[in-house]
Design a protein around this ligand. Structure first.
Ligand code: DOR
Ligand code: ZN
Length: 350
């Protein structure tokens, strides 16, 4: 890093967890991710969900068509796991390169997860096949048991579901997505590399007070919900250390304004307008900019067994204001995380 001019050049990062949606929303947001990242793992929780190789391939084409002219960006598609999933179809999608991974939503855990998995026992054939062929399983790690407090749902999922799953499928490559707790950080570290974890920028920046103190902030509501400060600090420790199991996944999840600012608002924080810059700010604050490349550009490809990107991006300490809204054709706009506020770091042309 050049300390004097405060710029940092790193291999181009990838986003290992993003929601693009479809139609006008896809057109509004895809270019924002492609501006910063070379590749992204695209979530399959559309309506209807992406459950077949044909649907994933068609969605991939729609994403490519939505990118700005000249964009160099590779969407990595995922298969939405249902109780009915067929191991042969999943395996075929991976072999053909149509799928990079499978996404496991516990049924009713979050946005558009109604068709998710009701019990691990329903999908054991698929998991067996995935471990044979080295296909990663990406998990939304929260229990849906109504008796479990929402702030405990990740920790309880680890104990009740994830630990037994890792024991039953010892060769399965698993990513615990968007980790939010010290419990998750400890658990990931204890697995010696066979379990990866993505960390969002927002979970590194806010705790649960940000949602609830001084008024309720629907744009800071996501799932898993932000936790206590001690958990945020644990996430920051794991992330800024550059440890190989932790890598960048924004979970940027756009919802139109009227779906957020309503009686029963949707979960999701939209960070795609500034994601890499937000992470850079976190690493700078912790005096760890020298670890940003590991977290953002090396650890993810290392886990997935993909090559690192050859091209580079440059970040500069050049404060800028996040736009108030991002327009969406034919619907209400999306409000970005930190709308109207100043972000210190900015991606600049190499
Ligand atoms: O906050 C979230 N939003 N969490 C998820 O798991 C899903 C996502 C969405 O699709 O909006
Ligand atoms: Zn997500």
């Amino acid at each position: 890093m050049n300390e004097i001019s405060e710029t940092l050049t790193i291999r181009q990062p990838d986003d290992w967890h993003v929601h693009f949606r479809d139609g006008a929303m896809l057109a509004a947001v895809a270019g924002l991710t492609a501006r910063q990242f070379a590749r992204a793992i695209v979530m399959p929780n559309l309506m209807p969900p992406v459950t077949s190789v044909a649907a994933a391939s068609a969605y991939r084409e729609r994403i490519l068509a939505a990118l700005p002219l000249g964009a160099h960006f590779t969407p990595l598609m995922t298969c939405y796991l249902t109780d009915e999933a067929d191991a042969d179809e999943v395996g075929r999608g991976f072999a053909e390169g149509a799928y990079a991974a499978v996404k496991y939503y516990p049924a009713h855990a979050t946005t558009h997860s109604a068709q998710g998995v009701t019990a691990v026992g329903c999908v054991t054939k698929v998991f067996e096949r995935m471990q044979e062929i080295g296909m990663p399983l990406l998990i939304h790690g929260e229990v849906t048991d109504p008796d479990v407090d929402i702030f405990d749902r990740e920790a309880v999922f680890i104990e009740r579901t994830l630990a037994p799953l890792l024991a039953d499928f010892p060769a399965l490559k698993v990513v615990l997505e968007h980790v939010t707790t010290a419990d998750a950080v400890d658990f990931v570290r204890a697995q010696d590399g066979r379990l990866g974890a993505t960390v969002t920028a927002h979970h590194l920046m806010i705790n649960r007070n940000a949602l609830l103190v001084g008024g309720i902030r629907p744009h800071l509501y996501c799932l898993p919900v932000a936790k206590r400060e001690r958990h945020r600090l644990a996430l920051r420790g794991a992330t800024t250390s550059g440890e190989a199991s932790f890598f960048l996944g924004t979970d940027s999840a756009p919802h139109a304004l009227d779906a957020k600012e309503t009686d029963c608002g949707c979960a999701g924080i939209f960070t795609a307008a500034s994601a890499l810059e937000l992470y850079a700010g976190v690493f700078a604050e912790d005096g760890a900019l020298d670890q940003l490349e590991a977290f953002a550009s090396l650890n993810g490809p290392g886990f997935y067994g993909l090559p690192v990107n050859e091209q580079t991006v440059t970040l500069a300490r050049r404060p800028w204001t996040v736009p108030d809204t991002v327009p969406v054709a034919g619907s209400q706009p999306v409000k970005p995380f930190l709308a109207g506020e100043i972000v210190d770091w900015r991606m600049v042309e190499d």
